[in-house]
Ligand binder design. Structure first.
Ligand SMILES: NC(=O)c1ccc[n+]([C@@H]2O[C@H](COP(=O)([O-])OP(=O)(O)OC[C@H]3O[C@@H](n4cnc5c(N)ncnc54)[C@H](O)[C@@H]3O)[C@@H](O)[C@H]2O)c1
Length: 361
């Protein structure tokens, strides 16, 4: 079968793994071309792989061979680039978050529906072996009826390692918009959509100093909350909490735990594809480690793009969908809105639980 040709826009930090996986690992897709505002970056990435052309975004969108645009620009560019792509009749897969605002997200999904093209969004880590094994355990009743969930992403920000960390502290950044998508997408995949949320958020350090090289010593003015706590009522009745922070020096909290009427499931880091899945049921002496039942347990970034390509071929739904990304975006905004307004927020959005991945044979 002919491979689906994709074009990559944004050849920065995260692009390397997408180039590798989409060009050399997944067998139904190939990278035809790439673009970046900084042409040197595009040339550097294209130079690593055979047959990848460096083009402008306009050239990419005019190329009839390109079926899916993979948008790896910084969050501030997600809507504009994706909208141009869907208006040009291309399907698009955005890095997370889907867009900065709900209005942009809605407009993007509506434009794609009107043009008969698809929108997908990162993260696709929930399609990896770790979360999929947890999904199967929950669906098979291993913890009984889900009661609650807790999720933690606590660190001290990205200015110590990322060469251009400013965007993490500007609109669309902050720990919830940056890292929340991994945790919330995993929770929605495991428990289904949320229906009501509340939250509290603060800025602990109004100014941050870059300590990574190139910009060492430069200060960043912080525009967005950097310690954000959310509470979620899921449609299935479970109650979840999430804390995301760029303000914490050390913590010993788990990534995600799901509590059920018949036991507790310890979910691996949702910013990875594999990891340890652990289960503890009444009467157990300790945690049992459960062998992964699903593949894609290594860094499979881009599996959501490959899944979209095969779903286009077969006319089925792709898993890392725009609807899922929009619901996660809505939840993240609602935490911040609830904090500002001091109330619970009934969510206007919902989504289907994405189909589970097939287990290993
Ligand atoms: N760095 C990571 O570890 C990581 C991990 C997962 C996801 N992400 C997500 O991936 C995205 C990119 O992050 P990054 O760390 O690679 O950022 P980056 O700053 O290293 O790279 C972004 C690239 O996009 C280019 N760009 C920006 N706007 C553009 C436009 N309109 N047209 C063409 N090119 C444009 C920039 O020139 C830059 O080369 C973000 O949404 C981020 O949340 C990053």
């Amino acid at each position: 079968m002919a491979k689906t040709k994709v074009g990559i826009v944004g050849c920065g930090n995260i692009s390397g793994i997408y180039f590798k996986n989409l060009h050399t690992v997944f067998d139904n897709v190939t990278v035809a071309c790439c673009a970046d505002l900084d042409q040197d970056r595009a040339r550097a990435k294209a130079g690593e792989y055979e047959g990848v052309r460096v083009v402008s975004l306009d050239e990419m969108l005019a190329d009839p061979e390109v079926a899916i645009v993979v948008n790896l620009t910084t969050p501030q560019g997600h809507y504009a680039v994706a909208r141009q792509a869907v208006d040009a009749g291309k399907s698009v897969h955005n890095e997370k978050p889907l867009t900065l605002t709900r209005d942009e997200g809605r407009a993007l999904l509506d434009a794609a529906a009107a043009n008969g093209v698809r929108v997908g969004t990162a993260p696709d880590t929930f399609m990896g072996g770790g979360i999929q094994t947890c999904r199967k355990l929950i669906d098979d009743g291993a913890i009984g009826t889900p009661i609650g969930a807790q999720a933690f992403m606590l660190c001290h920000g990205h200015e110590s390692w990322h060469p251009d960390p400013e965007f993490y502290y500007k609109a669309g950044g902050g720990p919830m918009f940056d890292m929340g998508p991994y945790y919330l997408t995993a929770l929605v995949s495991l428990l289904g959509p949320a229906k009501r949320v509340t939250g509290s958020a603060r800025i602990s350090f109004p100014e941050r100093t870059i300590t990574s090289e190139k910009k060492r010593g430069t200060t960043i003015e912080v525009d967005v909350p950097t310690h954000v706590t959310g509470v979620m009522d899921f449609a299935n009745g479970a109650v979840g909490t999430i804390v995301t922070s760029f303000d914490v020096w050390a913590a010993s909290t788990p990534c995600i735990e799901i509590f059920g009427s018949e036991g507790t499931l310890s979910v691996p880091d949702p910013n990875s594809f594999g990891g340890k899945v652990r289960l503890r049921r009444p009467g157990d002496d300790g945690w049992q480690e459960i062998a992964l039942t699903h593949g894609n347990a290594e860094n499979a970034r881009g599996v959501g793009v490959a899944d979209m390509a095969s779903a286009i071929e077969t006319g089925t739904s792709h898993r890392a969908s725009g609807d899922l990304g929009y619901h996660v975006l809505d939840i993240m905004h609602a935490f911040h809105d609830a904090s500002g307004e001091g109330r619970h927020i009934e969510l206007a959005s919902t989504c289907e639980r994405p189909e589970p991945m097939p287990p290993l044979a």
